[in-house]
Design a protein around this ligand. Structure first.
Ligand SMILES: Cc1cc2nc3c(=O)[nH]c(=O)nc-3n(C[C@H](O)[C@H](O)[C@H](O)COP(=O)(O)OP(=O)(O)OC[C@H]3O[C@@H](n4cnc5c(N)ncnc54)[C@H](O)[C@@H]3O)c2cc1C
Length: 289
């Protein structure tokens, strides 16, 4: 299918891109990997008059630890996350997430920033970033804003980003020792969006009790879901069969899926319960290593 006609703009710097966004307002869209935007345009679900391709802007592709954060640049691709030794060894939850998105062709182009900015509750990174307590750095005409991920997703396909802002970086607090995380997703076939997915990141204290925990859910609501009650039930507790079962039930209760081709509501809630149980067990095991 062929998308509607558009003007193609290719700025070399962030200020240039922001100036285009200001000039063309709501009729302009940033183009990063194009793996969500171009399909939307082909289906005529989006009709921007101006595409602002930011791929020529240098210095936006990196993965590094600095000042207590893992910093991921606004143009960093899924494939770079998947192949990063740092991600693989220290942030297995991000590795789990990146490697099961779509297929290698999509992952070579798609960016983490685009995955979040698209605001699709079926995307996988939002739940993981909720579990990790990430921050989204947005640059606009007034300078930089640091947006907490907890309030970033406003409603379906809508985020806290202003139309003239660009995601330049994603920041994740460096996990303390005895931390572990995992992301699990059930898909109908390889490369599909999740029927449901669960991200867990936790830190144990010296006595093996759960000091901190983040739980995010994929594709079971109008926005990605932070399972706050499940998280709360685990703080200060030992992770055993009973506490994990209780937290998994609470996460299922917090999920608000709708029935669709991927299954009815009851099935999806049951899936969240089981995936939460497994993700907690895997994160716990990784934290102990
Ligand atoms: C076949 C296929 C299968 C897929 N399967 C999955 C899957 O299993 N899981 C999953 O999570 N995703 C999946 N996706 C979706 C895709 O991986 C993500 O949505 C993608 O990561 C979006 O990133 P992008 O760089 O391609 O963004 P683009 O498509 O370029 O942009 C998406 C949106 O974000 C905005 N945007 C992009 N970058 C920025 C920025 N830096 N600052 C501000 N706004 C920005 C754009 O204006 C646009 O509105 C699939 C896509 C395809 C084509």
């Amino acid at each position: 299918m062929i998308p509607p006609a558009f003007e193609y703009l290719r700025p070399n710097t962030i200020p240039e891109a922001i100036a285009f966004l200001q000039q063309y307002g709501d009729d302009a869209k940033i183009l990063s990997g194009g793996q969500s935007l171009i399909p939307m345009m082909k289906f005529r679900l989006a009709r921007p008059g101006y595409l602002i391709d930011i791929n020529r802007i240098s210095g936006l592709s990196y993965i590094k630890e600095e000042g207590g954060y893992l910093k991921i640049g606004g143009l960093t691709r899924e494939a770079e996350l998947e192949n990063s030794l740092l991600i693989h060894s220290k942030y297995p939850i991000i590795f789990d997430t990146a490697r099961i998105i779509a297929d290698p062709q999509v992952r070579n182009m798609a960016t983490l920033a685009g995955n979040l900015a698209h605001g699709d509750p079926a995307n996988d990174h939002p739940a993981t970033m909720l579990a990790l307590g990430a921050q989204v750095v947005a640059v606009g005409p007034q300078g930089e804003r640091v947006l907490p991920i907890e309030s970033f997703f406003v409603t379906l396909f809508t985020t806290d980003l202003q139309h003239d802002e660009i995601v330049s970086e994603i920041r994740i607090p460096t996990p303390p020792p005895r931390s572990g995380g995992a992301y699990l997703k059930l898909e109908r076939k390889v490369g599909d969006f999740a029927t449901a997915g669960v991200a867990v990141q936790l830190t144990l204290d010296g006595g093996g009790l759960c000091q901190n925990v983040g739980i995010g859910l994929t594709n079971v609501g109008a926005t990605p879901v932070k399972a706050s009650k499940a998280e709360e039930s685990l703080r200060g507790r030992k992770l055993d069969e009973a506490t994990i079962a209780q937290a998994s039930q609470l996460a299922a209760d917090e999920a608000q899926p709708s029935s669709d081709l991927r299954g009815p509501v009851e099935y999806k809630k049951g899936l969240v319960k089981e995936l939460t149980r497994r993700a907690l067990a895997r994160a716990y095991e990784r934290a102990g290593k």
